[in-house]
Write a protein that binds this ligand. Structure first.
Ligand code: NI
Length: 139
């Protein structure tokens, strides 16, 4: 396999194509249909790879919480210390007088990264959060 660009034609209903063009425009990330298709294929491949519980992934978990919540920061730090070998880094932002935002970067098997993430998200006082998984390999 090489990175040489291969042309192929795609047939799709007019309505779907119109929606695709709108999607491309809304995302503003692709300059043309070919780039948009490549982006979507890469996205699907990464999603598929991350769905394998044994796949080695990189996860970024973003959470927000009130730092006045009882013992919450200690509990969050405890979970992360328990998995110090999987936690790559953590960013802590003091959003205002009460609220904090943390981004935890993890690396390891997808199943374990999900488990650590669920433990953090399930800690009482965490208001909301989202885990995004990706792979370190190039698609
Ligand atoms: Ni803070």
């Amino acid at each position: 396999m090489s990175n040489e660009l291969i042309r192929f034609s795609v047939a799709m209903p007019e309505d779907l194509l119109a929606q695709f063009d709108e999607l491309v425009e809304r995302r503003g990330m692709a300059r043309n249909r070919s780039e948009a298709v490549r982006d979507l294929v890469r996205e699907a491949l990464v999603d598929q790879e991350c769905a394998d519980p044994d796949a080695l992934v990189v996860g970024t978990l973003t959470i927000s919480f009130d730092h006045h919540s009882h013992d919450l920061q200690d509990k969050l730090d405890h979970i992360q210390h328990e998995h110090f070998d999987r936690i790559v880094s953590k960013l802590h932002v003091h959003l205002d007088a009460h609220n904090c935002l943390e981004v935890v970067v993890m690396r390891g098997p997808a199943r374990l990264i999900q488990d650590i993430s669920n433990a953090i998200l399930g800690t009482k006082g965490v208001k909301n959060g989202k885990l995004v998984l990706t792979t370190a390999t190039e698609a």
